[in-house]
Every structure is written in structure tokens, then in C-alpha cells.
Design a protein around this ligand. Structure first.
Ligand code: AMP
Length: 542
């Protein structure tokens, strides 16, 4: 017997309609190329979204067609998200930090019909436009007065486009399983792969991220999404904030600028912010140097890469709670959050530090398991390592236009490519990427744990550990370090001595090499393939 409840589709159109009616006066503040502090309300945003929808309705696109964006976090990008997806098209966010060949590949693979771009990305787009013959028009996210000279065929001014559309628009009734957004994940090898989100998955993910032990989002929050809208939809913030009625502060191109971030936090009363470890390093460096504080900021979500303990401890001193979040493009992205239930006083400093570095507990809706090489499930004892697999309504079931993938080899599960432990309380800790594990004498060494200890050294800016051939142990860890401004005199001996008593003796790196910088992917992750290639002829000192 079925329940007798209404079958109302879960579409993001309803988020927009709800926010306009219920949270109409709540502000969206943006830094843009043409305005250092643009502000308007959800009511204004969704009126303009209807105008935009009217304007693009004239383009004659078919339902499901892709509209791409190459844009910073700001109100125009936000409007494009909703106008495209709620019209029945798919908003394809492209990471402008990818190599031009990858951008061209992605535009063609996705068969993007129109591309909305920030003027900052004009040189990139002009360079690839000739290789993207399927694109019918290029919309430049600016005003008529600021329209740049361009060689792009059919360049359209965004503000003129919006102004050409009427304010009333009847949104189509969409199936909740219809696609709404597309984001390519750039692995370290092979071509980028497309993750195609549905209205339903996006809605459920947004609901889940609002939960108290996840982002803990409410109408009393002011949210600064520093994580880009081109990186897994800014971790769902553009959907969860209007759902909750939270004010949004978009940093535009200034996500790496500590001074602007501090000003936005203090002047707009930001309570919650989300970003990768690198942006927090930038903000903390600015606070230390300027003596400013961030009184309104209550908590930050740190994800995308392992967070150094020093970042959390620095935020402790500013009275800001830092929560580690773990997830993937393939997971919309949120899978787990560490809103630690243990207190420092209860468990002691050392255990507290270890616990808070973990990736946290699965949020409701995401199931996890860890398996060995034969697929056997490993115990949740906090010690056994295994490949981490996940499933849930916001986890991708296959990649866009790609039949079958190793990651989906086991029916109903997605293989994350991460290696993890899970403790009896459900706290998951990432120890490595599958491809990066180091096996020394047959035993696994967690490169992330070793990197965490290394980056806590006061003279270290960044560190990476790779497995390297060793005649006796088959592999031993090699530590590659970038010194910071205070670290000119840091020696290999001093660095290695730093590990004494902090990790198991045999996990201590075999050797240290100093470099000026480490290779990163377009989403800021360490590119260990490139690092291993650089050190392939290296020999450990006898
Ligand atoms: P992306 O799809 O670009 O967001 O990358 C996802 C990958 O980033 C994951 O599979 C992890 O390897 C890594 N990652 C994300 N969050 C964390 C975290 N909190 N700690 C360690 N690695 C992380």
C-alpha cells in the first residue's frame, strides 16, 4: 500500500520560489569586476532570473541543452545557475584554472550551446573559441558600458540580455530526475569526466548540508562561499543559502585575497564560510600581519584537501570553530563533516588534535564502507585501511557520456579513489589517494599523516610525501618541502628531527628535498603524479 502523500517533484525551481516569497528581503552581496560591493536582495535576484530566463527562451534551445559558465562567485553567476537550470537546461560550470586544451575539450564534450564568461577569462576563451564550433554565442558578464573589445563571434552583453527579458515568466514543470548542473572533475590522468547532477540530488544534498552537524545553516547566518561556484557548485551553498534564508556574500575574484576576505567578514557580519585550506592560510596571514580580528565569524568548513592542524589552532585563537568536510565532485560534494562531539577537556589535547583532523562522520544520506584489494569489508576499528566506497542519492551513478568506469565497477557503489580508516564512532580519516599509497616493507604509510606533521613545522609552507623506490623496503617515503619566509635556514636534519615522537619511527621520511614550489591541479590539489615524475631518477642517500 502506498502512502497518501503528494508527489511534488524536488526541483531547485522551488528553492527560488520559496526564497523570493519567504526570504525576499535577505541580501546577496557580491564583489564583481565592475563593483567592489554590489548588493541586492533575493527578490531582486529572482526577478532578474526571470528576465534572463525570458531572454534565453528566445534562443530556441531544447530541454537538457547545456549552458556553460566560466565565472567567479557573484550575483550574475548565481542568476545564471537558476535561469538555466529552472528553464530545463543544464548549467555547466567550467573551472577557468584548467589548461586551455582541457577547457576546449570540456566545452566540446558537453556540447555547450552558449558560454557565459567573466571578462577576466576573455583571453582564455578567445584562445579556444575557434576549437569550439558548436558554441552559438558568448555572453560576457558585464554592462554595455564595460563591454570589452573582443574577437569572439556573437559576443552578447549580459546586462543587455537581462534587460531585454520581461519580468514575468512561467517556469516549466520539471521532472525531479532531470539534469540541472554539470561539473567536470579533473583527475590527475586522462580527460576530465562529467558529473551530471539532477534537481533531486541537488535538493537532497542542499537539505543535508543544512543539518546542524554539517554546515548548521539557518536564516541567522551570513555565508561567505569562498569555494568557487565552478568547483562542485560552491559545495551547494548557492542552493542551501536561499533554502535557509541566509544572506550570501560572494567574494568574486578575491577568494585568495586575505584583506578583502577580512573586510567582507567584518563589514557584512559573516558567520560561516567555506573553502579549501589554501584560502584559510591567506586569511590567517593577513590577520596576523594586520592585527585585525574576525569577531562575527563562528565557524568555517575546510575541505577539498587535508587541513593542517596549525590552521585549526590559529582559528581557535580567533574564536572560530573549524570543521573538516570531505567530499568529491562525484558526491555533490559533501560526504562527511567533522563537527567533533568530543571536547578538549574530556579527551586531552593529543587525542583531540588527532580526532579533529579526521574527515568526520558520514552525513545522513551517505553510506560508506572500506574494502581491501579483494573487496572484503574492513572493520570500523580506526586502524584497518581500505578503499573507501560510498553510495547515496547525491552520489553519481555514472559519468556523462562515458559507458562504465572502474569507479562504478561494483554495482550500487562508487569507489572514491581514497584510502581511509573508520573508527567505531564512525569518524572516517583519509590516509591517501589509492594511487598515492606508500608501501614500505609491505606495510602502509599514510602520506597525509606525514604531510600533516611536516606542515606543522613553523618553517614549512607546504609539504608532500611520495613513495620512492628503495632497494631494501621496496618503497620509502620521500618528503618534498617548500620553505616559508622564516625557513631559509631549515635543513634536512632539522626537518627529520621534527618527526621524533610525533609519528611511528618507520613512518619518518627517508630523506628530504627542498623545492621552490609543488605542482598543483586546477582545483589546488597536490599533483603527486607530476612530483613522482620529477623525482623518478632520484636515489636515496646511502
Ligand atoms: P574534488 O572532486 O576535486 O572535490 O576532489 C575530491 C578529492 O579531494 C577526494 O577524493 C579527496 O582525495 C580530496 N579531499 C576532499 N576533502 C578532503 C579532506 N577533508 N581531507 C583529505 N582529502 C580530501
Amino acid at each position: 500500500m502506498n502512502g497518501l502523500m503528494m508527489d511534488v517533484p524536488l526541483t531547485i525551481t522551488s528553492i527560488m520560489q520559496h526564497a523570493e516569497k519567504v526570504n525576499g528581503d535577505v541580501e546577496i552581496v557580491s564583489v564583481t569586476g565592475d563593483n567592489p560591493r554590489h548588493r541586492y536582495t533575493y527578490r531582486d535576484a529572482f526577478r532578474r532570473t526571470r528576465q534572463l530566463a525570458n531572454a534565453i527562451a528566445g534562443w530556441g534551445l531544447a530541454s537538457g541543452d547545456r549552458i556553460a559558465t566560466l565565472a567567479w562567485n557573484d550575483y550574475r553567476h548565481f542568476e545564471t545557475y537558476y535561469a538555466s537550470a529552472c528553464s530545463g537546461y543544464v548549467c555547466h560550470t567550467i573551472n577557468p584554472r584548467l589548461f586551455p586544451e582541457q577547457v576546449a575539450y570540456i566545452i566540446n564534450h558537453a556540447e555547450d550551446q552558449y558560454v557565459f564568461l567573466d571578462p577576466d577569462f576573455l583571453p582564455l576563451v578567445e584562445g579556444v573559441a575557434a576549437e569550439c564550433p558548436g558554441v552559438k554565442g558568448w555572453v560576457i558578464l558585464t554592462t554595455e558600458e564595460r563591454m570589452p573589445q573582443t574577437s569572439l563571434p556573437n559576443a552578447i552583453c549580459y546586462e543587455s540580455l537581462v534587460a531585454s527579458g520581461g519580468e514575468t515568466f512561467v517556469w516549466p514543470q520539471l521532472d525531479e530526475n532531470a539534469a540541472c548542473a554539470l561539473c567536470y572533475t579533473s583527475g590527475t590522468t586522462g580527460n576530465p569526466k562529467g558529473v551530471l547532477y539532477s534537481h533531486r540530488s541537488t535538493m537532497l544534498h542542499a537539505y543535508a548540508t543544512m543539518m546542524p552537524d554539517a554546515l548548521g545553516l539557518s536564516s541567522r547566518d551570513v555565508v561567505l562561499p569562498i569555494v568557487p561556484m565552478f568547483h562542485v557548485n560552491a559545495w551547494g551553498n548557492p542552493y542551501a543559502c536561499p533554502m535557509a534564508g541566509a544572506k550570501i556574500v560572494f567574494p568574486g575574484s578575491k577568494m585568495g585575497d586575505g584583506a578583502t576576505l577580512a573586510a567582507l567578514i567584518n563589514e557584512e557580519g559573516v558567520t560561516l564560510s567555506a573553502g579549501v585550506p589554501t584560502v584559510w592560510l591567506g586569511l590567517l596571514a593577513h590577520l596576523k600581519q594586520s592585527g585585525e580580528r574576525v569577531e562575527s565569524l563562528q565557524r568555517i568548513i575546510v575541505g577539498g584537501a587535508a587541513c593542517p592542524l596549525s590552521v585549526m589552532e590559529d582559528f581557535d585563537r580567533y574564536g572560530v570553530e573549524s570543521r573538516v568536510g570531505w567530499g568529491m565532485t562525484e558526491m555533490s560534494p559533501l560526504g562527511s563533516v567533522n563537527a567533533s562531539t568530543a571536547s578538549r577537556e574530556e579527551v586531552g589535547e593529543e587525542k583531540f588534535a588527532k580526532l579533529r583532523l579526521k574527515a568526520g562522520r558520514p552525513i545522513f544520506g551517505v553510506e560508506m564502507k572500506i574494502v581491501d584489494d579483494e573487496g572484503g569489508e574492513q572493520p570500523w576499528d580506526g586502524v584497518a585501511f581500505g578503499s573507501l566506497k560510498v553510495r547515496g542519492p547525491w552520489v553519481c551513478s555514472s559519468y556523462f557520456k562515458l559507458d562504465g568506469s572502474d569507479a562504478h565497477a561494483e554495482e550500487g557503489w562508487f569507489e572514491t579513489g581514497d584510502v581511509a580508516t573508520i573508527d567505531p564512532d564512525g569518524y572516517m580519516a583519509i590516509t591517501d589517494r589509492t594511487k598515492d599509497v606508500i608501501k614500505s616493507g609491505g606495510e602502509w604509510i599514510s602520506s597525509i599523516d606525514v604531510e600533516n606533521v611536516a606542515t606543522d613545522h613553523p618553517k614549512v609552507a607546504e609539504a608532500a610525501v611520495i613513495g620512492h623506490f628503495h632497494p631494501k623496503w621496496s618503497e620509502r617515503p620521500l618528503l618534498v618541502v617548500v620553505r616559508n619566509a622564516d625557513g631559509e635556514d631549515l635543513t634536512a636534519e632539522e626537518m627529520l628531527a621534527w618527526f621524533d615522537g610525533k609519528i611511528a619511527k618507520w613512518w619518518t621520511p627517508e630523506a628530504v628535498e627542498f623545492v621552490e614550489e609543488l605542482p598543483h591541479t586546477a582545483t589546488g590539489k597536490l599533483q603527486k603524479v607530476a612530483l613522482r615524475e620529477k623525482f623518478k631518477d632520484y636515489a636515496f642517500p646511502q
